[in-house]
Design a binder for this molecule. Structure first.
Ligand SMILES: [Zn+2]
Ligand SMILES: [Zn+2]
Length: 303
């Protein structure tokens, strides 16, 4: 990793902030390995599927192996790094299910095998077992942190729903992508979690072009992730709503995954301390029985 280049957080958002990538990973976690089966299961063109799989291979989330020579047939198997994205997907599912109720087709109920009840993931501290909302955390930058290094590099990737002729394509997690699928939105929400509220501060810390920043703030406000607070006549600040605050597990788990697999020589992006005093390590549990969730105990349905 480059000493001054994008850090683990930027890498995670740049890679996972793409709906096709998430769809492919989810399909792979459901057991799909062959190219033809991905192509059959997803409303995706061959060119896009090929490109995304190449990226996932290059980033070592999946391994490609040829199982037939003529014609060439390859399969794509998740690595440990790839399987490690599972909690992030579950957290996205949980957030969409709670906050985007009209989006039912992508978030059918999931029973928890341990207790048999329909669960919603609850983000907890692995040390003390207590819930770990954003407000229970003390955070500071680690050695590879800093605002500029945490913004993903420009990406030309697009959301599937934005392609001409594909308007009918069901998107996996629309609001998640509104936050996560765009570098400036992700950066703004990240900064909001660190307590930034003023336009000038967002602009200065992130180095965001003002017109883009205006647009991103408006769009996040429209989706109910941020709200405007009038602090003085004609002076507005932006604060996370409950929906916005509730997005915290997605960000925290994506960062946790990235810190593990894109470790910087100089140290982590963030230093976290939970309210219990422990260095924070988050995990998802079942909100009914509080048993930590494992892939074999729940099944993320296909969209
Ligand atoms: Zn704790
Ligand atoms: Zn349970």
């Amino acid at each position: 990793m480059e000493p001054d280049g994008p850090n683990a957080l930027a890498r995670a958002i740049g890679l996972l902030g793409d709906e096709w990538t998430l769809l492919i990973l989810r399909q792979a976690m459901a057991g799909t390995t062959r190219y033809v089966d991905f192509a059959a299961a997803l409303p995706i063109s061959n060119a896009v599927l090929t490109r995304r799989l190449e990226t996932l291979v290059a980033e070592r989330l999946v391994e490609r192996s040829v199982y037939q020579e003529r014609p060439v047939r390859a399969e794509y198997v998740l690595t440990r790094r790839g399987r490690g994205v599972w909690p992030v997907l579950v957290a996205m599912w949980g957030w969409e299910r709670t906050w985007v109720p009209e989006h039912v087709y992508a978030t059918p109920p999931i029973p928890h095998r341990q207790c048999g009840r329909e669960m919603t993931p609850l983000f907890c501290c692995a040390a003390c077992g207590e819930p770990a909302p954003a407000t229970s955390m003390r955070t500071g930058w680690g050695p590879s942190g800093g605002w500029r290094r945490s913004v993903p590099e420009v990406s030309t990737r697009r959301r599937p729903g934005s392609r001409a002729g594909r308007a009918e394509t069901p998107t996996l997690y629309p609001d998640t992508m509104a936050v996560f699928g765009n570098r400036w939105s992700a950066a703004v929400v990240g900064a909001a979690f660190r307590g930034v509220r003023r336009f000038s501060e967002f602009q200065e810390l992130l180095g965001a072009p003002p017109s883009l920043l205006t647009e991103r703030l408006a769009s996040l406000t429209e989706r109910g992730i941020l709200r405007q607070v009038e602090v003085a006549p004609h002076r507005v600040e932006y604060a996370l709503t409950r929906k916005g605050l509730d997005f915290f597990p997605v960000v925290a788990l994506a960062l946790q995954w990235a810190e593990r697999w894109y470790t910087a020589a100089e140290g982590p992006v963030m230093a976290w301390t939970h309210a219990c005093g422990a260095a924070f390590e988050g995990e998802l549990t079942c909100d009914h029985c509080r048993v930590p969730l494992r892939p074999r105990d729940i099944v993320l349905e296909e969209p």
